[in-house]
Design a protein around this ligand. Structure first.
Ligand code: THU
Length: 535
């Protein structure tokens, strides 16, 4: 039973995007800011590869690569925008060319006129305002006149506040539904929000009857594609609101991050096939927007402390993805979101461990991987890199290399090496070292395997296992490929090509070609030279 759990750490950006300045966010780096807090502790995320992600700046060149567990990438937002809705839509395969509209000067008169007509009430305020201040400043007038308090914020929202004794919540929701119908096209705000309050001036307080009316995603997302394919799509936290319920088969709301994690764990214990999509909003709502760096760091440390529980509850065919929807750097003067890259950590038995996939051009690649994993046609934005991270049978490949080593012809060095090369189509080509009395014509095990494979027509490869050591018994160390063999690998294999250095079926280390052979010379260098030469 295949399941994917996506956990969005709301606003956990990992550094400015190249166009951050267009959004007033030059230099923003949410991770960079919270890392400075004494409360920052993310040992489990570190183990899963957080700091192996490109640009996190924590892996100094030349330092050994620690074994880590996930497949990781840095994600770029392709949409124009930096809000929750646009970010989650892109994660789900919907790229927005335009940001959702904001109304820093208040809403246009034509819009207000329609709203007055539909509700039969007048309108107060109509400006960006703090939610607590707006009821203090307009609450009395609202009670005297019956007019609605309509306000906005830096986000794409239209909010309507009303006293529960004057306008019962159900009535307020009906007004908001009317506003939702009015707010389309160029007025299509991300959310219309009902903000009921109680009490008397100056002690008005907002109640828990807040309700969001979201804009429907304008094109199909992975959620709908999954639902159509008969999979479960479970929404935890505010995911249901973000998608206006579209493509969701089951939803639970949550009060805070703790409850979000608890609910996710409960779903991990249930049987279902499909996606469980979780948003943990405290990072953004309670800490990012309030520029509370320590609070943010503590909330991350709490999430991190519960990661082992989530990992332990995962089953054979489960994949866990941890990502974010935008940034919200608590160290910048702005309390608004920031235009940042986000992290992606993918963990689980079906996926390769310890692989860093650079920077992906869109959050939508997440949608593509999800659909690819479930075998559902990718009819949304995004490119799947699931084929690159699909788990390898490392044990099987290591054993094949050890068996090939038995055939090694190494009477001169008495150093016996075996290799097993896995082609893209699943075929395995083995090889051993073949020495010669003249020494120089000696061939390494890896190149024997490549020569066999290429001469049989194979050109694309996923991995190679190498087992080498002095004659007899199992190798005592991890035999790394020689420089010439690395060059041959670079000829046929991409940077994520996996090199497994095996001592036994169970004991091996995995490195990517990029790690073993950075800044290498390849066919592309010749192309450059040729082009230059022609000029
Ligand atoms: N050898 C390999 O087959 N692969 C390697 O990656 C390292 C070296 C062989 C070549 C030679 O026959 C023997 O090991 C000692 O260098």
């Amino acid at each position: 039973m295949k399941r994917i759990f996506i956990i969005v750490l709301d606003s956990f950006g990992i550094g400015e995007m190249p166009d951050a300045a267009d959004y007033g966010d030059q230099g923003a780096n949410t991770l960079g800011a919270v890392k400075k807090s004494p409360a920052f502790r993310m040992e489990n995320m570190k183990r899963l590869g957080l700091f192996q992600i490109e640009g996190t700046g924590c892996r100094e060149a030349g330092t050994p690569v620690p074994a880590f567990w996930g497949a990781v990438a840095r994600m770029k937002e392709q949409s124009r925008g930096k809000d929750t809705t646009i970010g989650h839509w892109e994660i789900s395969g919907l790229v927005s060319e335009k940001p959702l509209p904001v109304f820093p000067e208040g809403f246009p008169e034509e819009l207000l006129e329609q709203l007055r007509k539909r509700t039969g009430r007048g309108i107060l305020c109509n400006r960006p305002y703090s939610g607590t201040e707006v009821i203090r400043d307009y609450g009395r007038e609202h009670l005297e006149t019956g007019d609605l308090i309509v306000y906005t914020s830096a986000d794409s929202v239209l909010q309507i506040a009303a006293h529960e004794e004057l306008v019962p919540p159900e009535q307020l929701y009906a007004y908001c539904r009317a506003a939702r119908e009015i707010c389309r096209g160029s007025w299509g705000v991300g959310r219309v929000i009902a903000r009921p309050f109680i009490g008397s001036w100056p002690d008005f307080t907002r109640t828990a009857n807040r309700h969001d009316f979201s804009l429907e995603p304008p094109a199909p997302t992975m959620l709908e594609l999954l639902k159509e394919a008969g999979k479960e799509v479970i929404a935890v936290g505010k995911i249901n609101d973000i998608f206006a319920g579209k493509g969701i088969t089951e939803a639970v709301r949550t009060k805070n991050n703790k409850e979000g994690i608890d609910r996710t764990l409960e779903y991990m214990k249930k049987d279902f096939e499909g996606l469980c999509f979780v948003n943990l909003v405290d990072f953004d709502m309670l800490y990012g927007h309030r520029n509370d760096r320590d609070g943010y760091a503590e909330a991350l440390a709490y999430f991190d402390s519960r990661l082992p529980e989530l990992e332990a509850a995962m089953r054979e065919e489960d994949i866990l993805m941890i990502t974010a929807d935008h940034g919200c750097d608590p160290d910048t003067p702005s309390t608004d979101h920031s235009r940042e890259y986000t992290p992606l950590i993918i963990a689980g038995k079906p996926c390769l461990k310890g692989i860093s996939l650079g920077t992906r051009s869109s959050f939508a690649d997440i949608a593509a991987i999800v659909l690819d994993y479930f075998g559902v046609k990718i009819k949304c934005a995004g490119t799947s890199f699931y084929p690159q991270i699909r788990a390898l049978d490392g044990e099987g490949l290591a054993k094949a290399a050890l068996a090939a080593r038995e055939k090694a012809y190494a009477p001169y060095s008495r150093f016996c090496v075996g290799a097993a090369l896995l082609a893209e189509d699943g075929r395995v080509y083995t090889g051993c070292n073949v020495e010669n009395a003249a020494y120089t014509p000696s061939i390494c095990a890896e190149r024997t395997a490549f020569a066999k494979a290429v001469s049989e027509g194979a050109r694309r490869f996923r991995a190679i296992a190498i087992a080498g050591g002095p004659e007899g018994g199992l190798p005592s160390g991890y035999c790394a490929p020689c420089g010439v063999c690395r060059q041959v690998m670079a000829e046929f294999c991409g940077p994520d090509f996996a090199v497994i250095m095996a001592r036994s079926g169970r004991d091996w280390q995995l490195r990517t070609l990029k790690e073993l052979f950075p800044e290498s010379f390849g066919p592309e260098n010749l192309e450059e030279k040729r082009e230059e030469g022609c000029k």
